[in-house]
Every structure is written in structure tokens, then in C-alpha cells.
Design a protein around this ligand. Structure first.
Ligand SMILES: [Zn+2]
Length: 246
């Protein structure tokens, strides 16, 4: 039995602190047409910047838990989509060096496979053992569906299989409750968000630093391969201004 003690119903305003969205972390120089790869040294510079600003990167669940208690000041959510194997080799050591945690969103139907949904270069995805390793290292593992489909407008049976089915698989793999969900391509609608809630997740996140930003559509800042410290600061300022202007 798995429980989520913190399931919220109804819109809950999230989230004063920003959430960063990364994908692949690698020094590879192969083509990156979708601009999803950040060099590990650059990730290190981002985390060093956070530390200098007195901020700490945490998993999305930890961020929202702190936010629920009004204690999210000084926290930034760190998320990594798709579950690439390079996370283990390149992201984990950097996160460890700065004492920060993260949420890794894996595609439960492609564990040990590759990013077949993408027309870009093939990248390896973590297998069951590697996903367990991430969890054992103190990071959160969330679901990024079974097959990385477009969920906006999807049939109820597809939503149940992709959203609920992936949660069941990951809970069996990890033997812990899976609280966090991430919409592929950031695409969602009200029905998909309801399916995330119904499946027992605590939260869901999208792409784009915009409204509405409730608990099941938490906005995130896309971090691009070339983002310098100045870009990161600008993204955080824009995020907080948008929240204030809302
Ligand atoms: Zn994805």
C-alpha cells in the first residue's frame, strides 16, 4: 500500500519558488537539435550560483511540501526530464557536490531503452537498476508516462494507462509512493490534469513559466544549453514578477 498524505484537491497556488527544467546533462558534442543538453560544467555553474544566492535546489515534492508550510523561501526546484543515463554519470555528482536534490522524470514503458519518441539523436534511458540507484541516492523519481505521448485531448483509456499505469509500475520498481508527474512536451488539458490527481499523484508539472500554476500544473523554467548566470538570474526575476503581477 502506498499513501500520499498530502494530496490536495482544488487549485492551490504554487509556487513562489522557481522550478528549473533540465533534460540531458552531458559533455557530448553530437547534434542537439532540440537544445536539451546542458554541459555538466555549466550545470555546476548554475548550482554554484544558487548557492551564492543563498538558494538550495530540491526535488519538486520537497519544494511543494515546504511551500505548503510557508517554508519554501530559499528553495528552488530542480527537475530532469526523460531519465537519460547521463544523469547518473554527470548530473548526480554535481548535485552531490552542492548538497542538492532533484526530481528525475522517467518514461516507465521505456526503461533501459531510448528516446524513440524524439526525432533527434538516440539517447539511452536508465534501466530499472539505475532508476533504483537514483532513488537510493536520495533523489525523487517521478513519472513521465509510459510512452511519452501527447496527453492533451487523449482518450480516457490512454490517460489511465499512461498516467495511472506508469505510477503503478514505478511504485513496484521503487517500493515507495510516486508523488510527482510530468506532462510530455508540457502538453495538458483539464481532463489530463484531473487524471493525474485521480491516479493518486501529489503534483504535476508543465513547461513554461506562466499561469495557471496550480499543484497539478506547476510551471517550470526551461534552462537552455547556453544559459549563463545572468540568464538564470533573469529567469528567476521574470518568474517572481509574473507571480506578483498575476
Ligand atoms: Zn520528455
Amino acid at each position: 500500500m502506498f499513501h500520499n498524505s498530502a494530496i490536495q484537491t482544488g487549485p492551490v497556488r504554487v509556487t513562489a519558488p522557481p522550478v528549473f527544467m533540465y533534460h540531458s546533462i552531458s559533455p557530448s558534442t553530437q547534434p542537439d537539435p532540440h537544445r536539451l543538453r546542458v554541459h555538466p560544467e555549466r550545470l555546476g555553474r548554475h548550482l554554484r550560483l544558487l548557492r551564492r544566492l543563498g538558494l538550495r535546489g530540491v526535488s519538486l515534492s520537497e519544494l511543494l511540501r515546504a511551500n505548503d508550510q510557508g517554508e519554501a523561501d530559499g528553495l528552488v526546484g530542480l527537475t530532469f526530464d526523460d531519465g537519460y543515463t547521463d544523469y547518473l554519470e554527470y548530473a548526480l555528482p554535481v548535485l552531490r557536490r552542492y548538497g542538492m536534490t532533484s526530481t528525475l522524470y522517467v518514461v516507465a514503458g521505456h526503461l533501459g531503452g531510448s528516446n524513440q519518441w524524439d526525432d533527434g539523436p538516440r539517447l539511452g534511458l536508465m534501466d530499472v537498476g539505475q532508476v533504483r540507484e537514483v532513488s537510493a541516492a536520495g533523489h525523487e523519481v517521478g513519472s513521465h508516462t509510459m510512452t511519452h505521448p501527447h496527453l492533451a485531448g487523449a482518450a480516457a483509456s490512454t490517460l489511465a494507462a499512461e498516467i495511472g499505469g506508469s505510477r503503478e509500475i514505478l511504485q513496484n520498481v521503487l517500493q515507495v509512493g510516486v508523488a510527482s508527474f510530468c506532462y510530455p512536451y508540457g502538453e495538458y488539458d483539464g481532463t489530463a490534469a484531473d487524471a493525474v490527481r485521480t491516479a493518486g499523484y501529489d503534483n504535476g508539472c508543465v513547461i513554461g513559466d506562466y499561469d495557471p500554476g496550480d499543484r497539478f500544473t506547476v510551471p517550470r523554467c526551461y534552462i537552455s544549453p547556453g544559459d549563463t548566470a545572468a540568464h538564470i538570474i533573469a529567469r528567476m526575476i521574470r518568474h517572481s514578477l509574473r507571480l506578483r503581477l498575476r
